[in-house]
Ligand binder design. Structure first.
Ligand SMILES: C[C@@H](SC(=N)N)c1ccc(Cl)cc1
Ligand SMILES: C[C@@H](SC(=N)N)c1ccc(Cl)cc1
Length: 410
């Protein structure tokens, strides 16, 4: 980890998150991608012709010839390093996205919430009281020949929505897709708050934030990504959440077919342990772009897009009948007509949240009013670009970088 901050400090000035610049009238521009790039690794560069050619095809949105696609596949296959991909499925209303992992020997398969806004891998376990378990699959360390208790280590986490979980720590084999970390810290829950008990399909969280904010005491543990990144083709992962349909987390490679568009990027601040960045401003629908610096984090573990109060009220002012409903603790508005798009800047590019995704979910049984997917970040101290913002983008989170990717998704 010592190496990491050094590189990070050295590179922060030159890091970048890419920003596509889809023109607003481009009908395909309903999605953008964002890369939060940590470090330009001087020794890392694409020398591979087919990959460069593939980028040219995707840059101009041309379909890739089959032989080129095959060449890229072979390139990946015979790399001495590895890459991985795993599907992630949205729960109802995209409230969270669940992704399969395997823990232990023989493997125990769990569905967990990949969370770029935290840095602990914790799971429901046989150490919990059964009253705290409602349908979740639990990890049984005693049923794994490779589990090893980390004596004296404990953990306790309270999340932004007040939910919490805690207790002891094992090292065990963890596999995601074709990627395996043999001695990953697996934090076995003894206690969880009701929000997790009631979240019956969610067997735990896999943190993809920075290990600096791992909650294990006395010795913080590494995230899965920090443990695996040394064996990846490139120390990066990409997040491609989608609305109401499976998306993917890719490790170690950037799928040139996952997006189209051109590229630029913006600096990242990981000083709080998050994938932090500052958006230069926003626009409502086809209105003019308004410069308004918004510092926040890319957070797959938060459902909504939480922004400064002034931005949120400026947006809802454009919707006939929108109002702040203190009973529901958020803005609601008539479900139809579709509200205007919300556009936010990422460096010199933009991400467009289509209006139909701003209507997060029905706010009443008559389905007349919808609860907004964009709400205030009051009291948090930073904005949160949660799933509502990410599912319209193909987001790259890099810990070492070549010019990042941020463009329209296909
Ligand atoms: C960083 C996220 S929690 C997470 N993604 N594990 C967060 C923090 C504070 C608030 Cl108030 C709401 C959400
Ligand atoms: C309370 C649980 S369930 C939920 N809010 N959908 C939870 C899940 C993910 C995170 Cl990052 C924090 C809390």
């Amino acid at each position: 980890m010592l190496l990491f901050p050094t590189i990070l400090t050295a590179a922060l000035a030159a890091t970048g998150m890419a920003a596509a610049i889809p023109s607003r009238d481009d009908t395909t521009a309903n999605k953008g991608t964002a890369s939060l790039l940590q470090v330009r690794n001087p020794s890392f560069e694409f020398r591979h012709g087919p990959l460069a050619l593939a980028k040219a095809y995707q840059k101009f949105g041309a379909p890739m010839p089959e032989d080129l696609r095959a060449a890229i596949a072979r390139f990946r296959q015979n790399q001495k390093r590895t890459t991985g991909t795993i599907a992630t499925d949205p729960e109802k209303h995209d409230v969270e996205y669940l992704t399969p992992i395997s823990v232990g020997t023989p493997s125990q398969d769990l569905m967990v919430d990949f969370d770029t806004g935290s840095s602990d891998l914790w799971v429901f376990s046989t150490e919990m009281s059964t009253s705290d378990i409602k349908g979740q699959t639990v990890y049984d360390p005693n049923n794994s020949s490779t589990s090893e208790k980390v004596q004296g280590s404990t953990w306790k986490i309270t999340y932004g929505d007040g939910s919490s979980s805690s207790d002891d720590v094992y090292l065990d084999t963890v596999t995601i897709g074709n990627l395996t970390v043999p001695n990953q810290a697996v934090e076995a829950a003894k206690k969880v708050s009701s929000e997790f008990t009631d979240d019956s399909h969610n067997d735990g969280l896999l943190g993809l934030g920075f290990s600096a904010i791992n909650a294990v005491e006395p010795t913080p543990q590494n995230t899965f990504f920090d443990n695996i990144k040394g064996s990846l083709d490139a120390p990066l992962f990409t997040v491609d959440l989608k609305h109401g349909t499976p998306g993917s987390f890719n490790f170690g490679y950037i799928d040139p077919t996952a997006y189209i568009g051109n590229i630029s990027w913006t600096p990242v601040d990981s000083s709080q342990g998050y994938w932090g960045f500052t958006s230069p401003g926003y626009a409502v629908g086809t209105g003019a772009f308004r410069n308004h610096s918004m510092s926040g984090i890319a957070d797959t573990g938060t459902t909504l897009l939480l922004l400064p109060k002034s931005v949120v009220s400026a947006y809802y002012k454009e919707i006939q009948g929108a109002q702040y409903d203190s009973d529901q603790g958020g803005y609601i508005f008539p479900c139809s007509p579709t509200p205007p798009d919300f556009v936010f800047g990422v460096n010199n590019g933009i991400v467009t949240v289509p209006g139909d995704m701003v209507s997060y979910a029905p706010a009443d049984s008559a389905n007349q009013n919808c609860f907004g997917g964009i709400q205030k970040d009051t009291g948090i101290g930073f904005s949160i670009f949660g799933d509502v913002a990410l599912k319209t983008s193909f987001v790259h989170l890099h810990s070492s970088i070549v010019p990042g990717h941020y463009a329209d998704c296909d």
